[in-house]
Design a protein around this ligand. Structure first.
Ligand SMILES: *Cc1c(COP(=O)(O)O)cnc(C)c1O
Length: 376
């Protein structure tokens, strides 16, 4: 592959921070870089937030759901269009996901469906233990509305903000700062990376302390190893946090770069039959990945035609998330919606969107797509 969907983009300071971590001898899970990284992200996201750096976004969701009280037999309501790591932790806890469709107006979890389902669940006495709205492809979900609906019924909200660091909601809040807790990911393909990592963000100091405790194998304060509950080995290493510290310095720049990539695709790919994720009227999307939909009846090409053509030229692209209710592992699960997420999966393709994508590389992608459309 010559051109990647979204590859790590270092700023240059990361290595110095890693050397500093080595110099202090803190190559273990704890250390000054880890503390500084947590403080830096907390300050970026807003006031009064506590951040717990973890080994992955999946781990962060696992802890977030456990702290929300999710346990065996519970229901967790979530977006069907998402990455598996944003769902599997429900299974780790013995709970059951119920999948919801996206709202075609903004391509994130349909708040109206959640409101209706909550009203129905009250009647039948089957409220979910938690709701997990997912921010998709760098755009925040309809969080204020989902939070309000959840609060009316006392249901905790854990926001999967793995794809939206740097984005802002219409109300001005940063994505990753909302809900009872939010989950971030620093996986290699995200807008910034620690080479692998995640974070749990919450306003609740006790919850943050509890997350730290659980992430270090639930060790009680004692000279020997003492455990009153089961924990996890989920803490981010201080060395990885050092990388993250360097990446935080360039986060705003990365947002600008990703948005510029999106703008160029939007300007170049304007044809009946091509569609883009709606840009929020207020707030800010990062456009972590740019998604283009191809309507085969209007264009004469499918998203698979385009994907294969790009691949033949060494260019990585990827279909939109295959909805979880269509995944074999979740066969028989409950799904609420009309299949907008299915149509996005069928027609939508994520184009190379990295902040390190050069103009020439992007032109190459655009020209290949336009050539195909002209030839069809
Ligand atoms: C990347 C991602 C995750 C998982 O994060 P990891 O750090 O890879 O475990 C969860 N949910 C969504 C929506 C993601 O995109």
């Amino acid at each position: 592959m010559r051109i990647f969907l979204s590859s790590p983009h270092m700023a240059g300071e990361e290595l110095k921070n890693v050397e500093a971590a080595f110099a202090t001898g803190c190559v273990a899970p704890l250390g000054p870089q880890l503390d500084a990284f947590e403080a830096r992200v907390a300050a970026y996201l807003g006031e009064g937030l506590h951040c717990v750096a973890l080994s992955s976004g999946t781990a962060a969701l696992h802890l977030g759901l456990r702290l929300a009280g999710v346990g065996a037999g519970d229901e967790v309501w979530m977006s069907s269009a998402t990455f598996a790591g944003g769902v599997f932790p429900v299974l780790y806890l013995g709970a059951r996901p119920v999948f919801f469709d996206l709202d075609p107006a903004h391509w994130t979890l349909d708040a109206g469906l959640i409101e209706e389902a909550l009203a129905e669940a009250v009647r039948t006495g089957r409220l979910p233990r938690a709701i997990v709205p997912t921010d998709l492809y760098g755009r925040g979900c309809d969080l204020a509305r989902i939070e309000a609906a959840a609060a009316r019924h006392g249901v905790p909200v854990v926001v999967d903000a793995a794809e939206s660091l740097g984005a802002r909601l219409a109300c001005g809040r940063m994505c990753g700062a909302g809900g009872d807790a939010s989950v971030l990911s620093f996986n290699g393909n995200k807008i910034i990376t620690t080479s692998g990592g995640g974070m749990l963000v919450t306003r609740d100091a006790d919850a943050a302390a509890r997350a730290r405790f659980l992430a270090l194998q639930a060790r009680e304060p004692a000279p020997h190893y003492e455990h009153a509950t089961h924990g996890y080995n989920y803490r981010l290493s201080n060395v990885c946090a050092a990388i993250g510290l360097g990446q935080m310095e360039v986060l705003e720049q990365r947002v600008r770069e990703r948005r510029a990539v999106n703008r160029r695709y939007r300007m170049a790919l304007q044809r009946p039959g091509l569609g883009f994720m709606p840009d929020p009227a207020a707030g800010r999307a990062t456009h972590w990945l740019t998604v283009v939909t191809f309507a085969p009846d209007l264009l004469g090409v499918t998203r698979e035609d385009v994907r294969k053509r790009l691949l033949a030229h060494g260019i990585e692209s990827r279909p939109v998330w295959k909805p979880m209710h269509l995944q074999p592992v979740f066969a028989g699960s409950h799904y609420v919606g009309c299949g907008f997420d299915e149509s996005l999966f069928r027609d939508g393709l994520c184009l190379p969107s990295g902040s390190n994508l050069s103009r020439d590389q992007q032109d190459e992608v655009i020209d290949l797509v336009l050539d195909m459309l002209d030839a069809a």
